[in-house]
Design a binder for this molecule. Structure first.
Ligand code: ZN
Length: 136
């Protein structure tokens, strides 16, 4: 289980990653960082595209970086935005989070001081579960 020191470092990494957001259209900057079960941290920022539908959120950028490097269980994710509204993961990100651990801690932080902790499962209670595919 991740301790306070690790989680503080995770939030700091997400804040730092926010500076790398590529958001020339919305100007919204989001940073994310994930902590894997082996203790590694991977960061991400939102990446927009002139063809808007191709944009990717900070949360999925960070998760996909971790998974593509071999991680399979993510213990926690920190999401940092300007204020509360900008720390709410979208539905797609919530589904991706639960794939890699429904009990994943979700630390939402606003640079305005907003702070809320939850879990991926609580953000998407009726999520589609991997084992449901086997029963399909
Ligand atoms: Zn998203």
């Amino acid at each position: 289980m991740a301790g306070k020191k690790e989680l503080d470092a995770l939030v700091a990494a997400a804040k730092k990653a926010r500076a790398n957001a590529y958001s020339p259209y919305s100007k919204v900057k989001i940073g994310a960082a994930v902590l894997t079960s082996s203790g590694e941290i991977y960061t991400g920022a939102n990446i927009e595209n002139a063809s808007y539908g191709l944009s990717c959120c900070a949360e999925r950028t960070a998760i996909f970086k971790a998974v593509s490097e071999g991680a399979r269980k993510i213990v926690a994710i920190a999401v940092v935005g300007k204020s509360e509204d900008f720390t709410k993961p979208c539905g797609a990100c919530r589904q991706v989070m639960v794939e890699f651990n429904p009990k994943m801690k979700v630390l939402r932080r606003g640079v305005d001081g907003f702070s809320e902790d939850g879990t991926a499962g609580s953000l998407l209670p009726e999520h589609f579960k991997p084992d449901e595919l086997a029963r399909g």
